[in-house]
Design a protein around this ligand. Structure first.
Ligand SMILES: [Fe+2]
Length: 180
């Protein structure tokens, strides 16, 4: 499978949204693969990480986020599960789980219910190590400042608004994947 071929089906090549998505996804992929190579003991599926990290945000065009050239109708938080629906339709259910479970440090069913989030009522937490690693790597890159990797402290600041549990999960990943 070539992830860029799938992206090109939904994003006109050369459009702003294509450029933003592909640039961001390449940064996330590179970070995730580099971290995976640092941890041979985890026996991560690196070819899968390369594909799924490139596709994790494929749902953004369905959302209303003009600042990243996306002119869909749903709220931005929906991009994960909508991308997952799309990947299931493409025949890649394992990649779909990465899309669905990468928002923040994952979204629990409890968060969806308590905060009345516009999402299907199910657990959307990353489970496999590959899902966790891609979700983690994604937190270092925004789609508005494409050229910059955020330092750990900056990531934590931006996650704080989602609550303490989110920051704790990120800290645990720092220990697991960065040894910090
Ligand atoms: Fe992302």
């Amino acid at each position: 499978m070539n992830p860029v071929d799938i992206i090109s089906k939904y994003y006109p090549v050369g459009s702003d949204a294509y450029h933003i998505l592909v640039t961001h996804s390449r940064s996330v992929t590179e970070k995730a693969v580099n971290l995976a190579r640092l941890h041979p003991e985890m026996e991560l599926d690196i070819p899968f990480i390369e594909e799924a990290a490139m596709l994790h945000d494929i749902g953004i065009f369905l959302c209303n986020a003009p600042e990243i050239a996306c002119y869909g109708t749903t709220e931005y938080i929906c991009h994960g599960y909508l991308g997952a629906d799309l990947m299931r339709k493409e025949g890649f259910p394992r990649h779909a789980l990465v899309c669905e479970r990468h928002t923040g440090t994952g979204i629990t069913l409890e968060m969806i219910e308590d905060r009345h989030l516009p999402l299907p009522h199910r657990e959307m937490m990353p489970v496999s190590l590959e899902e966790q690693l891609i979700c983690f790597a994604d937190k270092f890159y925004s789609k508005t400042k494409l050229d910059k990797e955020k330092p750990v402290e900056k990531v934590k600041q931006s996650l704080a608004k989602y609550g303490e549990d989110t920051v704790i999960r990120f800290d645990n990943w720092c220990k697991l994947f960065l040894g910090e």
